[in-house]
Ligand binder design. Structure first.
Ligand code: INI
Length: 162
């Protein structure tokens, strides 16, 4: 039996973060969480590149270009879509979730999804460093894990099973 252990060591990894400026207060907190998770796990500040975009709807386009550049081991996407009184919420949510999924399928570069989809600002604050932790940090750990796992999966196993 062969098991691929979870590896959260960010040493040597290059990470790009695409972050939406819309609801800036939330985004800034998510970005703080992402940065801390990367640096606390061995990543270097020089290997962390940040791309701000206007809103969540623009995230997939920027993430796609960063992924196909071949410069990054993983991409982290951050933002928040807060439900209002119009169907706009659903369109933006669908656009960003479908778009990010498509980038992962097309490029095979891990793209972690850290876009909050919430009913109100309080829920967003809870998940951006409040009582429910920091989603930016959580998804960065997922990005690191996938960036380490995918090359290991692609490599033929050696005779000793390592
Ligand atoms: N963008 C967000 O990131 N969050 C939102 O809550 C939001 N709402 O509610 O409208 C939002 N809209 C802007 C959108 O992402 C695009 O930037 C805009 O439509 C231009 O393409």
């Amino acid at each position: 039996m062969q098991t691929y252990p979870a590896n959260l060591d960010a040493t040597g990894l290059r990470l790009a973060v695409v972050v939406a400026r819309f609801n800036h207060l939330i985004s800034a907190r998510l970005l703080d969480g992402a940065r801390s998770a990367f640096l606390d796990n061995g990543g270097r500040e020089d290997d962390l590149h940040i791309a701000w975009v206007p809103g969540a709807f623009e995230i997939p386009q920027a993430a796609r270009l960063l992924a196909i550049s071949g410069r990054y081991d993983a991409i982290v996407t951050l933002g928040s879509v807060i439900r209002g009184g119009t169907p706009h919420f659903d369109y933006v949510c669908d656009g960003v979730t479908d778009g990010v999924r498509e980038v992962m399928r097309e490029t095979a570069v891990p793209v972690a999804f850290g876009v909050l989809t919430v009913n109100d600002i309080e829920q967003a604050m809870d998940r951006a460093g409040g009582c429910e932790g920091n989603k930016g940090a959580d998804v960065t750990l997922a990005a690191i894990e996938m960036a380490n796992l995918l090359p290991a999966l692609a490599k033929p196993p050696s005779a000793d099973g390592s």
